[in-house]
Design a protein around this ligand. Structure first.
Ligand code: HEM
Ligand SMILES: [Cu+2]
Length: 559
């Protein structure tokens, strides 16, 4: 009975070798190949990263002087609102889930594609359209209430606020569809023998993220629809003067946005869990603990949203449980940090650029995690909420965590997507400029916040000028690092050193096939015997002997 369980069966969709489409448009524009779609997500996400990064530099240039003066205060409000929205919804989430998710995990589970390739095409194409809508809101007066767009301010915002709501709604549709696709793929399309306890940790991370994409995003979609309807048609959901509730928005928004923090960080955890063992040449320490803590974090993520609302008039008897539950998330997170550190311990460490970013990730994410525990403590939050301490905290998590994970993944998997290596010297220059610039920008924001500098201000008290200048100049250093990165990606894609199938001696399945992989990924679906990370053991796969031959797949065209 159990022998014919639908999981891990080589037949079905996983067994198909579909016909490779011909012509540029079908192959590279409206592709249904998960690898191409992954690359499309990465390229689009990085284009939005440049735009949102320019907005970040506009913020820092404004704050170079205590009296501002670079842009008007109204424009400044628009700039940070779109900066935050774009970084979250158009950069970090799509790159980590749509980008690396599509690119890597179907290969790692030995599948030929995701479960619903056409749905994947649809999910991708919604994303650039929504992104253009978001940026075009500048043309009609962009939202000014920050990325959280709290009513009643957002109800009074310019016309672009409705455009913002529509755009974010569409991004939500896109990521919900991606979540469905990924869950079904992971449940149904693993190669024979790829049990859940043999799955690479990046797959576990995507598996934990997918329900967040599906469930949390629907709460956001409902909130956005209500905001849109209230603004366009006057139905009072959120306006307290007409019987609505502004705090309702906050509950709905944070019921999404706290889990969204894990949508932005779990896949990065997954990347780090692949990069560390490969370059320490040691099995990952505590495989099961890392896998299960991803699930624990995903679950607990749904129970702590109100820690964003300690200053919103939350009933005092609710503050304590939300505080304690938030502290509790420190436990699975701490387990991961412990396991990664223990993986490095006594390893034979290769300091490639990917490894540098992974180690930098551990350092910066740990700092962000610790200030998160501070903020979870109600009395401390009451003091620093609305100050630059919060800005420092979430940038340590989202830039020091998620974005460092993205870079680690780029250096690690670029050879797999392009067949060429990124230049390591430029990579190290990128790392150091970014790492130093990042700390120079965001570390001082901790003490600016503790000293009382508020967020969302276009000018500030001159006593804060020194550290703001320091932060702004550091942010230019970070931007310089990004220029080096983009130069590296573009030049290496054309002229980089050829990588061969497995430049890092990786052990997960994606390294067993050519770079870039064939359209059908695997000639024969392999059989899996064990965990990929046991470096002293032979590879736990069977049926991969033909993968690196040039001959066409034995079963080409067959079903
Ligand atoms: C992956 C990269 C990034 C992400 C995910 C991100 C995310 C965010 C978010 C969510 C906000 C909140 C906006 C609000 O308060 O409503 C924000 C604000 C801000 N960001 Fe970023 N950001 C990123 C990169 C950067 C960079 C590179 C810089 C500086 C060079 C920067 C500077 C700022 C500043 C100064 C604010 C505060 C605006 C204010 O409160 O007045 N960010 N960012
Ligand atoms: Cu939260």
């Amino acid at each position: 009975m159990a022998t014919h369980a639908p999981v891990a069966h080589p037949g079905g969709i996983a067994g198909h070798i579909h016909q490779e489409p011909q012509g540029f448009v079908r192959r590279y524009v409206f592709s249904i190949d998960h690898k191409i779609i992954g690359i499309q997500y990465l390229i689009t996400g990085f284009v939005f990263f440049i735009l949102a990064g320019l907005l970040a530099e506009t913020i820092r240039t404004q704050l170079l002087n205590a009296n501002g003066g670079f842009v008007s205060p109204e424009t400044y409000n628009e700039v940070y609102s779109i900066h935050g929205s774009a970084m979250v919804w158009l950069v970090v989430i799509p790159i980590l889930t749509g980008g690396f998710g599509n690119l890597v995990f179907p290969l790692q589970i030995g599948a030929r594609d995701v479960a619903f390739p056409w749905l994947n095409l649809l999910s991708f194409w919604i994303f650039p359209v929504a992104g253009l809508m978001l940026f075009s809101s500048f043309l009609m007066g962009a939202p000014t209430a920050g990325w959280t767009e709290y009513p009643p301010v957002s109800l009074q915002g310019a016309a672009g606020t409705s455009m913002w709501a529509a755009a974010i709604f569409l991004v939500g549709v896109s990521s919900t569809l991606t979540g469905i696709n990924f869950v079904v793929t992971l449940l149904k399309m693993r190669a024979p023998g790829m049990t859940f306890t043999r799955m690479p940790l990046f797959c576990w991370a995507q598996f934990a993220t997918a329900p967040l994409l599906m469930i949390a995003t629907t709460a956001l979609a409902a909130a956005l629809a209500a905001l849109f309807i209230e603004r366009q048609f006057g139905v009072p959901f959120f306006d307290p003067t007409k019987g609505g509730s502004a705090v309702l928005w906050q509950h709905m928004f944070w019921f999404y946005s706290h889990p969204a923090v894990y949508i932005m960080i779990l896949p990065a955890f997954g990347i780090i869990s692949e990069v560390l063992p490969t370059f320490a040449r040691k099995p990952i320490f505590g495989y099961k603990l890392i896998a299960f803590s991803s699930m624990a974090i995903a679950l607990a993520g749904f129970m702590v949203w109100a820690h964003h609302m300690f200053t919103s008039g939350l009933a005092p008897y609710l503050q304590l449980p939300f505080m304690i539950l938030t502290f509790a998330i420190g436990v699975p997170t701490g387990i991961k940090i412990f396991s990664w550190t223990a993986t490095l311990w006594g390893g034979k460490i290769h300091l490639t650029t990917a490894m540098l970013f992974a180690i930098g990730f551990i350092a910066l994410f740990t700092c962000g995690g610790i200030t998160g525990i501070f903020l979870a403590a109600v009395p401390y939050d009451l003091d620093v909420h609305g100050t630059y301490f919060v800005v420092a905290h979430f940038h340590y998590v989202l830039v020091g965590g998620s974005m460092m994970g993205v870079f680690a993944g780029m250096y690690y998997w670029f050879p797999k997507m392009s067949g060429r290596l990124l230049n390591e010297t430029l990579g190290k220059i990128h790392f150091w400029l970014f790492f130093i610039g990042f700390n120079g920008t965001f570390l001082p924001m901790h003490w600016l916040g503790v000293e009382g500098m508020p967020r969302w201000v276009a000018s500030y008290d001159p006593q804060f000028e020194f550290w703001n200048r320091f932060a702004s100049i550091s942010s230019y250093v970070m931007a310089l690092g990004m220029l080096v990165f983009f130069y590296n990606v573009i030049s290496s894609a054309r002229f980089g050193k050829r990588s061969g199938p497995n430049p890092w001696n990786g052990r997960t399945l994606e390294w067993m096939i050519p770079s870039p992989p064939h359209y059908y990924n695997f000639k024969n679906i392999p059989t899996v015997y064990g965990l990929p990370y046991d470096f002293s053991h032979p590879l736990p796969y069977k049926g991969l002997e033909d993968e690196l031959n040039d001959s066409p797949p034995a079963a080409a065209g067959a079903h």
